[in-house]
Design a protein around this ligand. Structure first.
Ligand code: PHE
Length: 450
């Protein structure tokens, strides 16, 4: 282990609360509000949600703590942190997988981020007022299959992300998230209540919370695993990078707990707002990526001042997406700046152009390129699959092995407890990191591939 030299020259979060908000900002995003409900719908509801919660407990939470520990111990980006922990090989492996994953995720994440921006404007201009559920579906499919508009919105979303990242760790967005995140939570609760009180809405809750275990198969188990990594921003160094900005006496055990709980609660709330509407309006729960955009405008239509709520809601989703996209972008920018000595703005522009080059195909694959498939999947689905189901779990597996077997236990414990300041019980954590995470990820991979 190298000494702590340089520790003070790096940026750090100013307070434990500020750090927590930033990490929650990375975790809570489209993964919770857009992806979780649509994956739950595609794979049959209750059973996969139950499995998801089990995976969060046995893998998500311990890996959240693992990444925070590695970041704070290594004091560097996903690649550089391992150099400082005298494990350059591990850094090359995890760093390059993480950077690849960041590119791939950004290519479709920016597309959906663009949709949320378009929907802010559609809501403001009263685009959904008085529309039937068929018309709302039509508005969505006309929008995403248009050859130009989704790409324009995607580019705007990416520009917004880049603008913030280019300015460094921005106090503005941190303050902004502090205000916005609680508002998002509140609005989701309001939407949830409206949705479950719709006639026929209860069927949605049954779909969500009555597990039918016969619906589980290797594919859905892999999807649940991928969702845990995606939603908690794990396996690619985003949390590790943020961990490196944490102060040495922050209680990372507590942080990992709060982030995990907040993330899970928001995913469940989003589903409670969406599924009753799916059933009440006779929509198809397995409709995929469009689910959020095809269901909630119906619920807004049934609320007083629905247009205003719709506007606020999509705005908050946009903010949630932005704070997550920043962390994805930051992983690559930090790497380019720290390892190649690139100037921050140059790195940010270059990376954005590369993301856009791939991202255009993701957008088009929902429209004019929808007939083009690779391995039986559209470009969009393929990018999602490679990152969430392969790269992130593989990265998480490597980090678990590194913390569990390569680092010495006293070094890890000193870091986690801030030199004995906190006294968490680490036996369960160690057990999960050393045995449960590696074995489970390995078996799920094997099962999914065979
Ligand atoms: N966790 C983010 C979300 O739920 C997405 C993300 C994945 C961010 C991986 C960073 C790293 O939307």
């Amino acid at each position: 282990m190298k000494s702590d030299a340089g520790h003070n020259s790096r940026d750090h979060f100013s307070s434990q609360y500020g750090a927590l908000v930033a990490i929650v900002g990375s975790a809570v995003g489209l993964g919770n509000i857009w992806r979780f409900p649509y994956i739950a719908g595609v794979y049959g509801g209750g059973a996969i949600i139950l499995l998801y919660i089990v995976f969060v407990l046995i893998m998500g939470r311990p890996l959240m703590l693992t990444e925070l520990t590695l970041g704070r111990l290594g004091q560097g980006n996903a690649y550089g942190a391992f150099q400082r922990m005298n494990a350059p090989g591990m850094g090359r492996l995890i760093g390059s997988m993480g950077i690849l994953a960041a590119f791939i995720i950004m290519s479709f994440y920016t597309a959906i981020g663009g949709w949320t921006m378009a929907y802010i404007f559609k809501s403001a201009s009263g685009g959904f007022a008085g529309a039937s559920s068929q018309q709302i579906q039509q508005i969505f499919s006309d929008f995403v299959s248009h050859p130009v508009w989704p790409i324009v919105w995607q580019a705007l979303f990416l520009l917004a992300t880049m603008y913030v990242v280019m300015r460094g760790v921005s106090k503005g967005i941190e303050k902004f998230s502090r205000l916005m995140m609680p508002l998002l939570l509140l609005l989701l609760v309001v939407m949830g209540i409206r949705a479950i009180t719709l006639p026929g809405g209860m069927d949605g809750l049954k779909f969500l919370f009555k597990p039918d275990l016969s619906k589980l198969n290797p594919e859905s188990v892999m999807a649940a695993l991928g969702q845990v990594f995606f939603s908690l921003s794990l396996g690619m160094g985003a949390i590790l990078t943020y961990g490196s900005y944490l102060s040495k006496d922050a209680d990372i055990v507590k942080s990992s707990k709060y982030v995990t709980i907040a993330d899970t609660v928001i995913s469940l709330l989003a589903s409670i707002a969406i599924f009753p509407a799916v059933f009440a309006f006779g929509l198809d729960p397995t409709s995929g990526p469009g689910l959020l955009f095809e269901t909630l405008p119906n619920v807004f239509g049934q609320m007083p001042a629905g247009q205003v709520f719709s506007f606020i809601f999509f705005f908050l989703v946009f903010i949630a997406a932005l704070t997550s996209a920043m962390s994805l972008h930051e992983v690559v920018v930090a790497f380019a700046v720290e390892e190649f000595g690139m100037r921050r703005p140059v790195a940010a522009w270059l990376i954005s152009l590369l993301i856009m080059a791939l991202g255009v195909f993701c957008s088009l694959s929902l429209g004019i390129m929808s007939d083009f498939t690779l391995f039986g999947k559209s470009v969009f689905d393929l990018m999602d699959f490679i990152s969430s189901n392969i790269l992130l779990p593989a990265g998480g597996l490597c980090m678990a092995i590194f913390l569990g077997y390569v680092l010495s236990r006293p070094v890890v414990e000193t870091e986690i407890t801030s030199g004995g300041r906190y006294r968490p019980h680490l036996a369960v954590f160690y057990f999960l990191v050393r045995y449960v995470v590696p074995i489970a990820v390995f078996l799920i991979f094997l099962n999914g591939i065979c």
